[in-house]
Design a protein around this ligand. Structure first.
Ligand code: ZN
Length: 299
């Protein structure tokens, strides 16, 4: 396993981690500046942050600072209640993929969606099997477009508590089953990452008794495209925006990173923390400095 204790060359900052400073939105160019100042080599920005600053501006800054993108957040949200909704999702995913290419991201991360309308508080139906089949169809369609541009797609399984509103792919096993169906191993190219793989976020997957075995399975087929870290706090006071800093919760992060690396993963460890009442109330500088320290001591 790589030694992270002496430096932070394998640290990536998911820019949601510092999207707010003292409760106020922090523009993405400021975040990139603060990361560059600290020798952070990789980032993973969110689309809304990129759009607010302008894709061309961010693309230029990424090049100026020489950042790698450990991923681009995010595509997905495939299910819809009608044909117009499905088409809108398809078009939006293609735009997300184009942006990921412009920014030279390692992958486009997919949060696949759940029951249509649920995120807005009113689900159009209760048929999660239908939502899952629309997810599979949506990924299949996007995969063709992604292959043509050589941009890998990373399915991110989300904790089951988000099955209704954010993602009805809830375990690594389920995500890999979709990968195997849409991108059989026999179609592997001889070089480079696979066209379809997974983003392993420990916040969503740490509890899974099959996690180690499924990470090994993913590694065997070269599907480990991204690794997201934070921590699970006890108690967790908000299902979405109360993620902990690495070392402050109950996840055995080094053990899971060891499984990832045993399975061949050699990429960035991406810190992704949504924290309305704690880290988003601090100064960006303090949060980034803490991320660096915990990357060394707790990841
Ligand atoms: Zn994540």
């Amino acid at each position: 396993m790589r030694d992270f204790s002496a430096d932070h060359r394998w640290l990536s900052i998911n820019t949601a981690t510092v999207r707010k400073q003292r409760g106020i939105d922090l523009p993405l160019p400021d975040i990139l500046e603060a990361c560059a100042l600290r020798g952070i080599r990789a980032i993973s920005p969110w689309r809304d942050q990129v759009h607010a600053a302008g894709l061309a501006t961010i693309s230029k800054l990424v090049k100026t600072h020489g950042f790698a993108l450990s991923g681009y957040c995010r595509g997905g949200m495939f299910p819809a209640a009608d044909a117009a909704g499905l088409k809108a999702a398809r078009d939006d995913n293609r735009r997300a993929l184009d942006e990921a290419c412009e920014l030279n991201a390692a992958c486009l991360v997919l949060v696949v969606g759940g029951l249509p309308g649920a995120l807005a508080g009113k689900a159009a139906h209760k048929d999660i099997a239908l939502a899952r089949s629309q997810v599979t169809d949506g990924i299949a369609e996007l995969l063709e477009y992604a292959r043509a541009q050589a941009m890998p797609l990373a399915i991110e399984p989300l904790h089951p508590m988000y099955a209704a509103d954010r993602a009805c792919i809830n375990t690594l096993e389920q995500a890999l089953d979709v990968c195997d169906r849409l991108d059989p191993v026999s179609t592997a190219s001889t070089a480079g990452p696979r066209a379809l793989g997974v983003a392993v976020d420990i916040y969503h997957t740490w509890w899974d008794p099959k996690l180690q075995a499924q990470i090994a399975r993913a590694g065997q087929d070269a599907r480990l495209l991204a690794f997201h870290v934070c921590d699970w706090l006890t108690p967790t006071t908000d299902l979405l925006n109360d993620r902990g800093m690495m070392g402050d919760g109950v996840i055995d992060i080094p053990r899971i990173r060891g499984w990832m690396e045993d399975a061949g993963f050699a990429g960035y460890s991406e810190v992704e923390i949504f924290s309305t009442h704690h880290w988003w109330q601090r100064d960006c500088a303090e949060v980034l400095d803490t991320c660096i320290a915990r990357h060394r001591s707790a990841v």
